[in-house]
Design a protein around this ligand. Structure first.
Ligand SMILES: [Zn+2]
Length: 601
């Protein structure tokens, strides 16, 4: 009887798998499907089909979406957007949701499987890429979102991440597409590449129809400040049932609309260049152009891509950007105008760039950038110091004030700034009594910043806020600055080999300085360590997760969501599994338990 029952279950599960994953026409709900799987598991825990259920299709395989992932209809002006809202609204109070329109690759994470949108009907299974994707969502599964590279990550990280052809990626969308389409993840993982899968619901603003005039501009502004590549804003009806009831046009759902940032562009001519040095000594270039009006703003200069090597020269402005070149300048939404293309290369000879425009040191090429490696380089010191000052929350101190303080006092770094003697500023131009008091107050307040902000403010390459947060989940701030081994750094989520190496080198190089700086701070404590041993559950179990958590608490354990080196147990359906989570846990010395072993604790 049981044999028969099991084979009947197997047959049903296969049938529904096929309907779900291959044909995209499920006949039963997810709950019913899960029930079938759980029944099979309780009768025959070793059944090979259970493994397949967890990984229904191999990476790279095509998957038919259960529900087509349609693209959104678009409008190009605020007024047409408002008209659309008025058309679909039932009353003046109709609630809408406003979200960024990310410029990446849309995808869906369901049953632990990540699938791209593809053409909307058929996508590609890219579950293997989860190894280099940070998920930004309140949920752990059933997520609709976009795979992107945060703007800040693209700026700092992707000059080192090279394509198979050995060239840097042109823009963040190209990078996402290239990495996602690549066979496997090793190649990019080794280079420290990270992607972000952001849930569409993560950055949502509510908006009622009758609030449009009053609130729209503020919402648009705050969305545009987000650290993601975007090409517009999405507005959808909050009432999903009502939206669904409106149905679909041939290509688009009727319950949502995208306002595309308009790309306005003008032609102009390059009249000169300015070179500057960024926080890490990176050379940046700005081209002056004949002034043009774009969308109500007069544009006189644009950032230009920096460097292309010329035989025997350290660098030259790339792509035929010279004095006299005819260029097209574009502005998308409120984004800073940028150079879209060179229409005609100017007559002037290309300018070879060899020396730092600030200190005159020879520039050094690293990856796709040129750097000034002179630690005494003034502009670089200012930029680094200003970054630290902002990071620890001294928002009242502007860049020009920092510059003036450097000039007056000779302070060159963050340590010096934290030890600022206010009396040196007395009587100096621009430093009245009130201002000096305000500056000293800001410094005092900053001493009690959080450990992750302190770490970020150290200005160690690759040790940003996110990496700091992840490290602090495992180590104390003093353990981190004391110097962790690469192996220890690699235990943190989202830190790959290249990053670990850079962080480790950066901390070692500035060790003495960092220890001195540490004395200037009374860091606020992070969350207290849990009182019992931490336990993490992953994958399917015979009882609901909440029940497992309750049982764990009754055993004096503390349920946690992620495995770290302080986790004592990981409970998993198959303790011999080679899933990345289990392998990682094993490496960290976490005890891996089957569900039976857990109940027996
Ligand atoms: Zn320099």
């Amino acid at each position: 009887m049981s044999e028969n029952f099991i084979s009947h279950l197997e047959e049903q599960i296969r049938h529904h798998n096929d309907l779900y994953w291959q044909k995209g026409t499920p006949e039963i709900s997810d709950v019913e499907y899960d029930r079938l799987v759980e029944t099979l598991r309780s009768w025959d825990p070793q059944n090979p089909l259970l493994k397949k259920v967890e990984a229904p299709a191999a990476a790279g395989e095509k998957i038919v979406h259960t529900k087509p992932m349609l693209s959104l209809d678009k409008v190009y002006t605020k007024e047409s957007l408002r008209q659309w809202m008025a058309k679909v609204a039932r009353t003046q109070d109709e609630p809408f949701l406003v979200q960024p329109k990310y410029d990446g690759i849309s995808g869906k994470l369901e049953h632990g499987v990540l699938v791209t949108r593809g053409d909307g009907r058929v996508g590609v299974n890219i579950t293997d890429k989860l190894a280099i994707i940070d998920i930004e969502s309140e949920k752990r599964d059933g997520i609709l979102g976009e795979i992107v590279i945060r703007n800040s990550a693209f700026e700092t990280m992707y000059s080192h991440v090279l394509t198979k052809a050995g060239t840097p990626f042109k823009n963040s969308r190209n990078a996402v597409a290239g990495i996602v389409a690549n066979d496997g993840v090793e190649f990019y993982l080794k280079q420290g590449a990270r992607l972000t899968f952001v849930d569409y619901e993560t950055n949502t603003h509510p908006l009622k129809l009758n609030e449009f005039a009053e609130k729209w501009d503020g919402i648009q502004h705050s969305i545009e400040q987000l650290d993601y590549p975007m090409d517009g804003i999405v507005v959808r009806l909050q009432d999903a049932t009502y939206a669904e009831s409106l149905g679909y046009t041939e290509h688009h759902p009727r319950g949502a609309m995208a306002l595309k940032f308009t790309n306005e562009s003008v032609e102009s001519v390059v009249t000169g260049f300015t070179l500057s040095i960024g926080k890490r000594g990176t050379l940046a270039a700005t081209a002056q152009i004949e002034p043009r009006d774009i969308g109500g703003v007069t544009v006189t200069n644009v950032k230009v891509p920096v460097i292309d090597t010329l035989d025997g020269q350290p660098g030259i402005l790339s792509g035929g950007i010279r004095v006299g070149s005819k260029v097209r300048v574009e502005r998308a939404g409120d984004v800073i105008p940028y150079l879209a293309e060179v229409l005609e290369v100017g007559e002037a000879a290309p300018t070879a760039i060899t020396d730092c425009p600030v200190c005159g040191s020879k520039l050094v090429r690293d990856g796709a950038n040129l750097f000034c490696r002179n630690p005494e380089c003034g502009e670089q010191q200012l930029n680094q110091l200003y970054f630290s000052v902002m990071t620890v929350g001294m928002f009242g101190i502007g860049k020009e004030i920092v510059r003036a303080i450097m000039d007056i006092t000779g302070i060159r770094d963050f340590l010096g700034f934290m030890r600022l003697d206010g009396s040196l500023l007395v009587g100096q131009e621009g430093f009245g009594k009130t201002r000096i008091t305000a500056i000293m107050d800001e410094i005092e307040k900053a001493r009690r910043c959080t450990p992750e902000l302190f770490l970020t403010a150290l200005n160690v390459p690759e040790l940003g806020k996110k990496a700091s947060e992840e490290l602090l989940k495992i180590y104390s701030v003093d353990e981190i600055i004391g110097g962790l081994t690469i192996a220890q750094l690699l235990r943190a989520n989202g830190i790959g080999e290249v990053m670990a190496k850079r962080i480790s080198e950066g901390l070692v190089e500035k060790q003495a300085y960092i220890q001195e700086l540490r004395k200037e701070f009374e860091l606020s404590q992070s969350a207290p360590a849990p009182e019992g041993d931490a336990i993490c559950f992953t994958g399917k179990s015979t009882r609901p997760r909440s029940e497992m958590h309750q049982a764990a608490r009754e055993k004096g354990l503390v349920p946690v969501d992620a495995v770290t080196s302080t986790t004592k147990y990981l409970v998993v359906a198959d303790p011999n599994s080679t899933s990345s989570k289990v392998v990682k846990a094993r490496k960290m010395g976490v005890t891996i338990l089957s569900e039976e072993q857990f109940w027996a604790l």
